[in-house]
Design a protein around this ligand. Structure first.
Ligand code: BGC
Length: 916
């Protein structure tokens, strides 16, 4: 048995976390036993203070045991010391007599809340034009035990000790609500004996640079700022501290320009301690308090090499759309200029950049004549290709490396099938997550947006949490969101951090405030996420209630401006064809329900009761407004049926009718989806939950426009913003808003984990302590291997067809329980490996829904049609979509009896093996 993944606040080896509240988590691996009978935590600090919970017995529940030290999170029951290294390990005793502990895991606390800083805010003096760098020399004359740097930059910073970059993070201090709290970092320092020099390179970044939807609006500030505190502990027990003050110097930086959108210009000739150094100016402290960083590290996670683009000596292809930057080797005469431009695709053999809109996305480097590896510092790009100027006439691909940058999150989900295109789709959504989880969950990484659009992350968050452990990342985002929400009096913005642009939230976007805490909790098992989120959940629901009261009874949200089913294809408008008021009330209902559920978990009974009652009122009003007495839904779109089916928001008598209508709507659209951001995320689940799993797979596997595999077939390596970002003729969609790296439609991977792989979290046992396993196998993908490294351990569900039988292999991790549900089989599974061989019933297909294409290319069916229904066959070949549509057509020349016979014959032949 091994105890692994011991984390503090969901981070491995965290340095500089708030000492007031620390949550420890861990996982048991390779145990022979199934249950933990007792657990224990040992904690010790660098000053040798010790704490031991002693052995705590587990509690029995059903067939299993629940450990007292919850693997998904155990809150240290007291505040820790500030600026202190801690080490902990968890002990576990199992029902098999095993008893072991993890290796000591480390974390370190930051300064205490409100603790005074040794150091003051500094800024550049007037003499320095352009970007500054700040520096200070200090000497060390005794052996050092440990040294730390606490610092926060206004604008971005890179800190260097003796010309070596400190830490491997980039773009510090990241993107957050700088007007509400300044999230500072803690760095380990290793000064040498003798003279040392600390240097800070400064960039404008998200604090003061130009970005966002209103480029001319002010951002968080307009002056570079820095506060730093250095603490050196000597081996003789003494300690020394100094911070930023008048003694620091400023000089002109080699970085001449930086911009999140436009890129960077660096002149290496200005590097080194410049003789123009001046004393810095002190600046007043910003009003927002300094708080320890909450975010996971933002660093280079992968490196990709380039390939030349044939026939274009200066174009290079990294084979993958990504976010990050390019590093290159160069040795050029002083003053020579290299320019890189970035883009997502080639059109007519040229780098296409129109979709970047106002973002210039370039990197300019002026050489100082030395040989170096060059990279940007304060920007990033969304790209697959680069064009290079100035390096040489024929630069070599091996000179360039793409550095993939995203927040440090452990990978937790894997899916592999026998269907190569589907596998690529899965990779694509993962890449879109990587490309857009850069401290803030953004919409896209390339054009002049890259903002935390709340609707986008709302639809993608379940998927994201399957793919990676996003708990710390999303907690940080929720913190930003709550700061902005407070600013808007309870309304949730459309983008967060708002960065000076107050865009009030709309339905499906603002609901990020209820949906993200809920999914993060469900995936992580960490209740503190809900505790943190509940005030914002309530405030958002209250906000809608106020809006709804202004325009209706208070239970229907009507009359506000909404984005609707964004980018759906069933209307000539970005808002899609589904009534926007209808969607608003659907989400109002969902948010009220989630708030009630969160309150139940937290034991906030009054809040729970109030929101349950509210959700019932909304439901009632909704049904009255949108359903006829006989159960017909007044809003007749794929998205509308999807929403009511997914949320079970129908009167009893209408569910079946809605399920049927959804099928019909899809068939009427030639078997294609028409949904936008909000409809798509639930579409396949709604189909599976209403008996149409076959059609969910039809949509998933459809290779034509519009559909997921259409993009894959076009060579996509990430998820596109629009279903037709690239037109079938290969040309780029000319609509002004068109990103090739937008994760919203990647939400289909959440469905893959839940329905194709079949691993579903259960409300009452979050963090996957209990799950429902109910994969829906489809023959078209052969086999499917799903792995989920849940907070409790690794689940695997592997299914494979063997002739008529389905082989099913399931692994349930230590301490967990799974409820397996398959046709004709229902069983509780305990921790361990399980194998099943199932005889799956042949699904009898509805002949009306078989496509004409399939019928005419399936040899036995074609033969039968040609012998018995030659006229119908002719029309089937002429592009009618489904046999159902064909049968309705007068041209098929079929009597009612013929139609009956036709259906019976097709039902029989379509299941026969085809020789062709
Ligand atoms: C963004 C989206 C966003 C939408 C809402 C777009 O410009 O890229 O993904 O949700 O605007 O209006």
């Amino acid at each position: 048995m091994q105890i692994i993944r011991q984390k503090a606040n969901h981070l491995t080896n965290a340095i500089g976390i708030a000492p007031e509240k620390v949550l420890l988590s861990y996982q048991v691996q390779d145990a022979i036993g199934k249950w933990c009978l007792a657990s224990r935590v040992e904690l010790r600090s660098d000053d040798d203070e010790r704490f031991d919970t002693g052995w705590l017995d587990s509690r029995q529940e059903g067939a299993g045991w629940i450990p007292a030290i919850d693997p998904t999170g155990w809150l240290i029951p007291f505040a820790l010391k500030r600026r202190m290294g801690y080490h902990f390990r968890v002990w576990v005793k199992t029902d098999h007599g095993e008893c072991d502990c993890g290796e000591w895991a480390d974390f370190e606390t930051a300064k205490a809340e409100g603790e005074r800083w040794v150091g003051r805010w500094i800024t550049k003096p007037q003499e320095i034009v352009g970007h500054p760098l700040f520096m200070r020399r200090f000497s060390v004359d005794k052996p050092v035990r440990a040294a730390r740097l606490y610092c926060m930059g206004l604008g971005l910073y890179e800190a260097y000790l003796n010309n070596r970059k400190i830490g491997d993070e980039v773009l510090s201090p990241g993107f957050h609500t700088y007007d509400a709290a300044l999230q500072y970092q803690t760095w380990a320092l290793t000064p040498v004996q003798g003279e040392n020099q600390l240097t800070f390179l400064m960039g404008e970044g998200w604090y003061m640079g130009k970005y966002g939807l209103k480029l001319d609006a002010p951002r968080y500030g307009n002056a570079f700022g820095l506060i730093a505190e250095v603490r050196i502990q000597y081996q003789d027990g003494s300690e020394e501290a100094f911070g930023t003050d008048e003694a620091w110097q400023a000089a002109e930086s080699p970085v001449l320009m930086d911009s999140i959108y436009d890129g960077e210009h660096m002149d290496a000739r200005r590097e080194g301690l410049s003789p123009t150094a001046q004393a810095v100016a002190l600046s007043p402290a910003p009003t927002a308090p300094l708080i320890p960083r909450m975010s996971p590290c933002l660093c280079i996670q992968q490196r990709l090499s380039a390939c030349p683009v044939e026939g274009h000596p200066r174009l290079f292809d990294f084979g993958q759309n990504l976010a990050g930057w390019v590093e290159f080797d160069c040795e050029l005469p002083a003053g020579a200029v290299v320019r890189l431009t970035f883009g997502e695709l080639l059109q007519d053999g040229k780098l296409y950049r129109d979709n970047l809109r106002r973002a210039r996305c370039e990197y300019v480097y002026t050489s100082d004549g030395t040989r170096r590896t060059v990279r940007p510092h304060f920007t990033y790009y969304g790209f697959r290709y680069i064009e290079v100027e100035g390096l040489s006439d024929t630069p070599d691909a091996s000179q360039f490396t793409a550095c993939v940058i995203f927040s440090d999150m452990e990978r937790t989900g894997w899916i592999k099938t026998d269907h190569p295109l589907l596998n690529r789709l899965f990779e694509n959504q993962l890449w879109s997550q990587k490309s857009n989880f850069l401290d803030v969950p953004t919409d896209c990484p390339q054009r002049d947006e890259r903002m935390g659009w709340t609707g986008d992350i709302q639809v993608f968050c379940d998927t994201a949490c399957f793919n990676m452990d996003c708990t710390a990342f999303l907690q940080k985002f929720l913190f930003d969101l709550s700061n902005d929400q407070r600013r808007l009096g309870g309304c949730v913005p459309m983008v967060s951090p708002m960065a000076g642009y107050e865009l009030r939230g709309v339905s499906g976007w603002g609901d990020a405030a209820t949906i993200i805490p809920w999914y993060t909790y469900l995936h992580s098992g960490d209740k503190t996420v809900l505790a943190q989120g509940l005030p914002g959940m309530m405030a958002w629901v209250d906000y809608i209630s106020r809006e709804a009261t202004a325009h209706s009874s208070g239970y229907l949200w009507r009359g506000s401006r909404q984005l609707g089913d964004w980018l759906a294809l069933d209307a000539d408008s970005v808002y899609g064809g589904t009534d926007r008021d209808f969607i608003a009330t659907v989400y109002y209902y969902l948010s009220a329900c989630l708030t009630a559920k969160a309150a139940v978990v937290l034991g906030e009974d009054a809040v729970a009761d109030r929101h349950t009652a509210l959700s019932e009122h909304i439901r009632e009003a909704f049904i009255k407004e949108y359903f006829t007495k006989t159960g017909r839904l007044a809003v007749d779109t794929q998205t509308a049926y999807t929403m009511v089916l997914f949320l079970n928001l129908t009167p009893q008598n209408a569910r079946e009718c809605c399920a049927k209508r959804l099928r019909q709507k899809i068939l009427a659209a030639n078997g294609k989806l028409q949904t936008g951001f909000l409809g798509t995320v639930w579409l396949l689940s709604a189909l599976c939950e209403s008996g149409s799993a076959d059609m969910a797979y039809d949509l998933l596997l459809n290779k034509d426009y519009p559909g997921w595999l259409y993009e894959v077939n076009c060579g996509a390596t990430t998820i596109w913003e629009r279903w037709n970002s690239i037109e079938p003729d290969g040309s780029m969609n000319r609509d002004g808003m068109n990103s090739l790296n937008h994760y919203a439609y990647g939400s289909v991977a959440g469905w893959m984990y839940r329905y194709m792989g079949g691993i579903q979290p259960v409300d009452g046992a979050p963090g996957f302590r209990r799950v429902r396993i109910a994969p829906i196998p489809d023959r078209r993908i052969g086999q499917c291997d799903t792995k989920l490294l849940s907070p409790h351990g690794l689940y695997t569900v592997k299914w494979a067809w063997q002739n008529a039988a389905l082989l099913l292999d399931i692994a349930v991790p230590f301490g967990c329980e799974a409820h397996l549900r398959m046709p004709g089989l229902e069983e509780s599974l305990l921790p361990g490996q399980h194998h099943f061989e199932l005889n799956m019933p042949v699904v009898c297909r509805d002949p009306d829904e078989i496509t004409c294409q399939e019928a005419v290319t399936h040899a036995p069916t074609r033969k039968m049609l040609s012998a018995q229904f030659p006229v119908a066959l002719r029309w089937a070949e002429r592009g009618m979509y489904s046999l159902g549509q064909l049968l309705e057509s007068p041209f098929a020349e079929l009597t009612d009896e013929d139609i009956e016979a036709f259906r019976a014959a097709v039902t029989k032949t379509i299941h026969e093996p085809s020789q062709e």
